[in-house]
Design a protein around this ligand. Structure first.
Ligand SMILES: [Zn+2]
Ligand SMILES: [Zn+2]
Length: 350
């Protein structure tokens, strides 16, 4: 089968590999019907994720059809349409039991798929702990509607949850990349009074305006003024930082009202500064880190009910056999690309 492979830093290549098989009784093998490329894949490509193992198949955003299951798998059966979770988690360790699945203590726990074990930019993928990592897609939800459930939409949903948004709040989301937009769509479900999305590029500001006209959009230079004008408490009640730069980090706490929650879901390339003397008395709560992707069935239900729709994020569709073109496009950010959907290789028919 075709598998996009991390050969060495800077080099990904489409290789021919044997089909994956069940290695443990809790595994499933999934035929990938739709995949995508994430910024984290680019981080692997450029060598900034040292734990990534050369030779592995990359890709951790995908949906598919279960092909086979191990003897201990109970929740999915061959033929089921499923989303695949970015995180591998055992479901029974201390962290899993508390919903902190990102910190699962299994040797393969956390983000492993497409990083330390073979991922899904391939025709098939083996998914460990399939009962935890796979969720059945409701019949009225298409592959495109479900594509982001296991990764960026899980992140957006989790971000909106840990930001503890209340009805009537003013919410600031920094960064209108795919994750920031997913967070915005999930924040909306909490019925805040105002959602302000701060984004640097005009193209992405336009994109948000076009698809979600009820959201206020602002450039970084006008953000603080707009947030203060909009909120009656001198800042946002909840801030979700998905920008990932020193400027966006600073803006996150500066635009928060006293006692606000700042949920930092961005991944930074370098350490950030918390200027505590300047913040003294503002009494902020910071929540940081990587997604606990444990709400996927709830998210699928919300999609099925018509409450979340991330399909506008799919701006391009390219078959697996032309995945190098898809990477080039995604990396260049040309042609208004937000997300590329990787369809099955040309000539595939089932
Ligand atoms: Zn990702
Ligand atoms: Zn666990």
């Amino acid at each position: 089968m075709l598998a996009y492979t991390y050969v060495s830093p800077g080099k990904f290549e489409l290789c021919e590999k044997p089909l994956p098989s069940i290695l443990s009784p809790s595994d499933a093998v999934v035929r990938v019907t739709l995949g995508s490329i994430c910024t984290s894949d680019l981080h692997i490509k450029h060598g900034s994720i040292p734990r990534a193992v050369p030779g592995i198949t990359v890709g951790h955003e995908m949906v598919g059809v279960v092909e086979s299951v191990g003897s201990e798998v109970e929740h999915v059966r061959p033929g089921d349409r499923v989303t695949v979770n970015v995180e591998t988690f055992c479901g029974h360790c201390f962290f899993c039991e508390h919903g902190f699945v990102n910190n699962c203590t299994d040797p393969n726990g956390g983000w492993t798929l497409g990083c330390r074990i073979d991922g899904g930019q391939a025709e098939y993928v083996r998914v460990p702990y399939a009962d935890q990592g796979l969720n059945c897609i409701p019949d009225n939800v298409s592959d495109e509607q479900a594509l982001f459930v296991g990764d960026i939409l899980a992140t957006g949903y989790w971000a909106a949850r840990i930001a503890e948004i209340q009805r009537g709040d003013t919410v600031l989301v920094i960064g209108a990349g795919p994750t920031g937009i997913c967070a915005t769509l999930c924040a909306r479900l909490k019925q805040p009074k105002h959602i302000i999305v701060c984004e640097q590029t005009e193209e992405r500001r336009q994109f948000v305006r076009k698809h979600w006209p009820e959201v206020q959009v602002v450039s970084p230079e006008h953000c603080r003024a707009l947030v203060c004008e909009t909120s009656s408490h001198g800042g946002a009640d909840a801030v979700i930082e998905a920008g990932g730069t020193a400027e966006s980090f600073r803006m996150a706490w500066q635009c928060a009202r006293p006692n606000a929650i700042v949920a930092v879901v961005a991944l930074y390339n370098e350490a950030q500064v918390l200027p505590l003397p300047e913040m003294y008395g503002k009494n902020l709560t910071f929540k940081t880190g990587g997604v606990d992707g444990c709400d996927c069935s709830e998210i699928l239900q919300l999609i099925s009910d018509g409450k979340i729709d991330t399909t506008p994020l799919i701006t391009h569709r390219i078959p697996l056999n032309r995945i190098a073109d898809a990477y080039a496009l995604f990396e260049s950010r040309q042609d208004g690309v937000m997300k590329v959907a990787l369809t099955e290789k040309e000539g595939t028919s089932y």
